[in-house]
Design a protein around this ligand. Structure first.
Ligand SMILES: Cc1ncc(C[n+]2csc(CCOP(=O)(O)OP(=O)(O)O)c2C)c(N)n1
Length: 354
């Protein structure tokens, strides 16, 4: 009997911009100066939003909030590679993605204030609602991609999830279906190294998340998830490929959560301080600033202007959000089904009277 090596489980790793802002020009995607500025401005805007929302939660002005600090490049880089009518299926850590996808900021605040109407997608943009149950959005995204394929609309479906989500059955079923039916879907894993307190090493015995695609017969690659150019390039290639009928791709964005899991968490209890400090040196915004400075696309005055502009946009949205009427508590019963069940009617009456 002869032994054969079938295939090595090696996946490509892509980095365009290193943590000092040095760019590998041979890998640089086609982006104009104004594209780069737009990307930078969106990164700053969502970081300002993230900090403001966190502060508001602490002040009792928002419910639970999930920060995404450190993962901005994963969200903005990929959003920039999609068209408005492509579908996105976000998870709870994707407020930045939604903002990059034209979801009004006031609505994102409305959602975190407990009003689901905040998730209604703007006209002509296909943003699906945030999924709180881990991994459930992944088969939904594949279903939407499959529908687009059957209808011949050339739309692509992009789905976002953490590395912890790749341990769930939903992920594997969705990946299998996408491979078998050659679905135009891009799986974007924001590997932030922890699923709440569970480190990646305890999450999976696989060396990379990207290699999980190999088992389903399509491409998987790992990118520096704190390098916005790498995320953009990988997503653009995957989206173009999907649109051309060449099937799915799994992109593992190798990143770090530079914040707690949620406003109910204290990450200092399970993450070493030194580890946190090492990762903050890779900050996606700082490295882009270094690059832009070297290309004369950014100076102190522009940097200051963008920060102030972002703060103004966010403050305006906060003022508008705080003037919104509170949702009607009865709506909890009213809109679960098209029509209320007898039991729901009774429960509603019991709580609120006739
Ligand atoms: C089905 C389900 N099980 C458990 C939870 C509780 N939970 C919330 S976040 C989380 C960790 C998810 O980690 P990961 O997928 O890596 O995403 P991250 O939060 O790191 O972005 C868990 C287990 C949940 N929301 N849904």
């Amino acid at each position: 009997m002869t032994k054969k090596v079938l295939k090595e489980f090696k996946v490509e790793y892509l980095q365009v911009l290193d943590e000092n802002g040095n760019c590998d020009e041979s890998l640089m995607p086609k982006l104009s100066d104004s594209d780069i500025k737009k990307i930078y401005e969106t990164l700053v805007l969502i970081r300002v939003f993230d900090q403001k929302a966190f502060n508001m939660q602490r002040q009792g002005r928002l419910g639970t909030y999930i920060q995404f600090k450190g993962q901005e490049a994963c969200q903005v880089g990929s959003a920039f590679a999609l068209q408005d009518n492509d579908f996105i299926f976000p998870m709870y850590r994707n407020s930045g993605l939604l903002i990059a996808r034209k979801q009004p900021i006031v609505q994102v605040l409305q959602y975190w204030g407990g009003d689901e109407r905040g998730l209604k997608s703007p006209q002509n943009v296909n943003n699906f609602p945030i999924a709180i149950p881990v991994s459930t959005q992944i088969p939904h995204a594949v279903g939407a991609g499959f529908a687009a394929k059957l209808r011949g609309t050339k739309q692509v479906s992009a789905v976002y999830f953490g590395e912890g989500a790749t341990s769930k059955g939903d992920f594997h079923e969705a990946m299998n279906f996408a491979g078998v039916f050659n679905v135009p879907v891009v799986f974007i894993c924001e590997n932030n190294q922890y699923a709440i307190s569970v480190p990646r090493k305890k999450q999976t015995h696989a060396e990379t998340i990207a290699q999980k695609a190999i088992a389903y017969g399509f491409d998987g690659l790992q990118v520096d998830g704190m390098d916005v150019f790498a995320v953009y390039k990988a997503t653009k290639d995957a989206v173009d490929k999907a649109r051309a009928g060449k099937g799915p791709t799994l992109i593992e964005c190798f990143a770090y959560r530079m914040c707690d899991h949620s406003t109910s968490d204290d990450a200092s209890r399970y993450r070493p301080k030194e580890e946190f400090e090492q990762w903050t040196k890779k900050d996606p915004i700082e490295r882009l600033e270094k690059y832009m400075r070297s290309k004369k696309l950014l100076d102190d005055a522009y940097k200051d202007k963008i920060l102030k502009q972002s703060q103004n946009i966010i403050e305006k949205a906060v003022t508008e959000f705080e003037k919104l009427p509170a949702p009607e508590p009865k709506d909890i019963f009213k809109y679960v089904f098209a029509e209320m069940t007898q039991q729901q009617k009774e429960e509603m009456e019991e709580l609120f009277g006739r």
